[in-house]
Design a protein around this ligand. Structure first.
Ligand SMILES: Cc1cc2nc3c(=O)[nH]c(=O)nc-3n(C[C@H](O)[C@H](O)[C@H](O)COP(=O)(O)OP(=O)(O)OC[C@H]3O[C@@H](n4cnc5c(N)ncnc54)[C@H](O)[C@@H]3O)c2cc1C
Length: 469
């Protein structure tokens, strides 16, 4: 088809097949809609292809390697443990392919039409899909924008050659000898720590006076301690200025207070944030408003300023996380299908797959106080939990924050092994409006890390068993 021909009519058009888009497409199809999804790159989006999944795969491989090299006082030693990094990458890619293949099967199994190409709005109810020299027009009743985000590129550090984003870092063919990371947020920490475990000499430059600056200090400190153990050089209050690269290395200049320093490494990884893919979509043609940060403005039903068009995931405000994108995808699909759904953001867990892991949900103690609550707080250490001791993971704690007046749980933070899984119970507790007593009175299997949730609730109630007050 050529541009200008009459558009094919589609009912629900989803643009982008990441965790927002593909979930929205499946749910809309389940609710009886005829759905078409357009993807310009690979099904699964950032999360499955160059984000959540490949990073977690590399993290687990690096962790395995670290454990094999470390006696840990258990009396088990191994010699000549080696890493075949090409094999690690092949395995990682296999995991990605299994999952992206699964997304294709699910879309097809729900009769979602998949179109490969780049969608651009040409009017309030029409997009043009470009595919090489070809293009076709699609006229829609409803559309869901789920085009996600891409790494922020800093002017002095344009991506290319030795200056890389998370995408290239995840696909490196060899373990670098050295790496500088600009940005100590969760992506920088996860990747920096992973390469450090594989043996890379890592330096992290963080502009604030704490790594993971969006998390509580005591939480970030436990990760900092582990980074130190791995010989990672964390430079705080560091302002990266410029970089010069040649074929084999890159030299970065940065300032701490007023002192200028330089450092040379194999690669410079820039992880200073992500920006929404909303600039090349023709949103003005569609009458879809964006804010000054390029995020699409939506109401509580994910509807944009154009009634027919919805937006979800990294292109709208809120934490740029896969489960948030999928959640919004379901809401948008339900609203299009005529259901009275709306978003409720009280429970969006956030996990950093650092070592130790960090997981949070709901309000922190400081946030709860800011909102005017008088709080009861219970904190239980991994070091006092039998399971944590028997798996040799004693760093960390479970912290529960509750409303003092009625015991209703407002938030929780977990640092330590399996924090990513432990947080689920506390998310459910908040969603259900559970109190400290509800959690404390729930029988938790012994010996498990999950018992710490019960014990943290008991601490908050002033009656812990395995801790002296
Ligand atoms: C290294 C890394 C690690 C991460 N780890 C985690 C994690 O552990 N947990 C977590 O929750 N989140 C994680 N994230 C964030 C997560 O990947 C994103 O929040 C999530 O992918 C957002 O989903 P989305 O559907 O909004 O967009 P995306 O996943 O970005 O998908 C958007 C899709 O739209 C396509 N597209 C864009 N424009 C067009 C167009 N014009 N036409 C057609 N198609 C288009 C893109 O090709 C892409 O496939 C990580 C991100 C990175 C980079």
């Amino acid at each position: 088809m050529v541009v200008g021909e009459f558009g094919k009519e589609v009912d629900v058009l989803v643009i982008g097949a990441g965790p927002g888009g593909y979930v929205a497409a499946i749910r809309a199809a389940q609710l009886g809609k005829k759905v078409t999804i357009v993807e310009k790159d690979k099904l699964g989006g950032v999360c499955l292809n160059v984000g959540c999944i490949p990073s977690k795969a590399l993290i687990s491989a690096a962790h395995k390697y670290e454990l094999m090299n470390d006696d840990q006082g258990m009396g088990i030693t191994a010699e000549n443990v080696t890493v075949d990094f090409a094999k690690v990458q092949e395995w990682k890619q296999g995991v990605v392919q299994k999952l992206t293949g699964g997304v294709e099967t699910l879309l097809k199994g729900n009769n979602v039409e998949i179109i490969q190409g780049e969608a651009i709005f040409v009017s309030e109810d029409e997009v043009r899909v470009n595919r090489g020299y070809e293009s076709e027009r699609l006229k829609f009743n409803h559309c869901i924008i789920a085009t996600g985000s891409r790494p922020v590129e800093l002017k002095p550090f344009p991506f290319g050659g030795r200056i890389i984003s998370s995408t290239e870092a995840l696909a490196l063919k060899e373990i670098p000898k050295s790496m500088v990371v600009i940005g100590g947020g969760y992506i920088g920490i996860e990747l920096g720590q992973t390469f450090a475990k594989f043996g890379t000499k890592v330096t992290i430059l963080e502009g604030e006076n704490q790594i993971l600056p969006t998390f509580e200090k005591q939480v970030a400190q436990l990760v900092q301690k582990n980074l130190k153990r791995l010989n990672v050089n964390v430079v705080k209050n560091a302002m990266a200025q410029s970089a010069e690269q040649d074929e084999n290395s890159v030299t970065v200049t940065y300032k701490v207070k007023d002192k200028e320093e330089t450092i040379t490494a194999d690669y410079l990884l820039v992880t200073v944030g992500r920006k929404p893919n909303t600039d090349e979509l023709g949103l003005d043609m569609a009458g879809v408003k964006v804010n000054e940060r390029g995020l699409i403005e939506v109401d509580e039903q994910c509807r944009t300023s154009n009634e027919r068009i919805f937006a979800i995931g990294d292109v709208v405000a809120g934490p740029a996380l896969a489960h948030k994108a999928s959640y919004e995808g379901k809401i948008a699909a339900e609203v299009i299908a005529g259901e009275p759904s709306a978003v409720d953001y009280k429970v969006i867990p956030a996990v950093v797959f650092s070592d130790p892991e960090i997981a949070t949900v709901g309000l922190t103690e400081a946030e709860a106080k800011e909102e005017g609550y008088e709080v009861s707080v219970g904190k239980f250490p991994f070091a006092a939990n039998g399971r944590a001791l028997s798996v040799n993971a004693t760093d960390g704690f479970v912290k529960v924050v509750a409303n003092k007046e009625n015991g209703v749980i407002l938030g929780a933070q977990v640092v330590g092994m399996e924090a990513s899984n432990l947080i689920a119970e506390l998310g459910l507790a908040i969603e259900m409006g559970a109190t400290l007593e509800d959690v404390a009175l729930t029988i938790h299997a012994h010996p498990t890390l999950g018992e710490m949730t019960m014990e943290a609730a008991e601490v908050a109630l002033g009656q812990p068993i395995h801790m002296v007050k």
